[in-house]
Design a binder for this molecule. Sequence first.
Ligand code: ZN
Length: 657
Amino acid sequence: MSKKHKNESFSFFVEQFADLKILRYQVPEFEDLSLNQKKLIYYLSEAALYGRDIIYDQNFKYNLTIRRLLESIIKNNKGHIEDDEWQEFMIYTKRIWFSNGIHHHYSTDKFIPGFSKDFFLDLIQQIPENNWPVDLSKDEVIQKIIPIIFDPEKYPKRVCQDQSKDMIKQSANNFYENVTQREAESFYQEMINPTDDEPVSYGLNSKLIKENGKIKEEIWKVGGMYDKAITKIVYWLEKATEVAENKKQKESLQKLIDFYQSGDLKKFDEYSILWLSDTESFIDTVNGFIEIYEDPLGRKATWEALVNFKDDKATRRTDILSQNAQWFEDHSPVDSKYKKTKVQGVSAKVINVAMLGGDCYPATPIGINLPNAEWIRKKHGSKSVTIENITYAYHKDSLKSGLLEEFSFSDKEIELHKKHGFLANNLHTDLHECLGHGSGQLMPGISTDLLKNYYSPIEETRADLFALWFMMDPKLIDLGIMPTFDVAVAQYNSYIKNGLITQLTRIEPGKNIEQAHMRNRQLIAKWCFEKGHDENIIEKIIKEGKTYFIINHHAKLRELFGKLLAEIQRIKSEGDFEAAKYLIENYGVKVDKDLHDEVLQRFKKLNLAPYSGFVNPQYLPVYENDEIVDIMIDYTQDYPVQMMKYAEKYSVLPDFN
Ligand code: ZN
């Protein structure tokens, strides 16, 4: 246990409601940073928080209106505090804050309030006329917004992935307007030049709309859509350039500013390459339109931000992995024609986050590998991080939950997890992010668009399998980053258990699996369960009415991981849509109803929330004669207080954009 984790009195838990738990992360050793470093973190943090409204608007056109109504009601509330309906109102509002909108952050289903329409009407009436918070009039809110909130039929899903439907029309998110899926597909098809081997990410930073019969893009940039938020982001990024650690970092931040000012996707690629090449800086940020999971066509990127700094000690682990990237590529169990002959600069580090924003807040990833553009990854490599202060908070919290005891078959399994679970998970993330996503290559003329909505889960499956395969390789022991195979055994146990059982706690009764990472985990676990049946590699045991899956042959399971990895890599490299569809639909999507019911019942008894997110710390500058002389970190804000503060300070966009 390193120095930073000594503060055992730190309280990770904040609160729990609905299916959500709020935790707090610690920023180890922030106090020991130099003033310049603290300033850089502070400026980048402001840039991370000013994009908050963007993600709300991207998720759904009416999210900002609804959020502002709710926040105004909270501000103006007098005397409802004890009320049951008021409690329900707060839960609804807290869920919206958590999901950055009215649809569940994970399932993307709209959630319905636990209070009545009349109660809400009453609250609306109490908002003072002279302080009316939204552009729509009170009458318009009653006519238009109330049905959106209460009617389950209206905008039921943020992201529709049902191939049999027009996925664009059926998705409530705000990436397309008045265009059909076919129109959107052909719009971009025409843009793409198949002979261009350095294509920009077409459509990444815009909304596609049809107006007067003409289809066009509204670009997200200074002076374009989202102008007011992006202008603020640029302001704080400019401040950050003044305290940049070195020339490279400064250049890369300036290029990002250029991109925000011009909206030119070529500049975004140039920025990504500069950002990639900056491996020396201690502090780093992700800030932009990055991930494409929310667009059924896989083009439009949600806005996200994350500020972080390096954990030097833990980074030794990822340094060793990336120095050996070529060895891993050469020894992966995939066909040699799909392998990179020369793995480009995979840079990996372990970081601690200092601020989360946009789509990374409050629900955050535990690892990131960027950039996403395939040609950049191939030519310039990728940068990958494992976020250790977040995984540490999860680990600390998980030991208290009872989940481990409920779903583990034996004491030995529990012991192994307690002893090695933290390292096992981190190593898995390192391998997934730093080597997995960066591995392999596409055949000439093949692009990842060919897999359409199956691309994300296939890509995640590939990275997970890469991690699982190498997790049990003696190489990790030789390299000195894994002390014993027990770490791998612990990871296999928890991976299979999660893929077949525990992640079902996140699915509502009667629903299927939609989220890319969950599809990928079930695909792997279920496929291996089926293929290993004859040799009893994974065994299903029912004891006292409870189902368990245990692994009888870890080494044989590894062989199955390798076999599946070879097939998944082939699918990606060849752009084999039908094969991707077959695997995902047959193994990743459908849920065994009886098992699901049982798992939900067992889970309910534990009174746990299946999803977690985090409040941010606050950075409080200390001024002397208008000069910042120090920056203090504060962890005392609770969840609603933080949200109301953010609403006050970072609410910069109009209701409709
Ligand atoms: Zn991934």
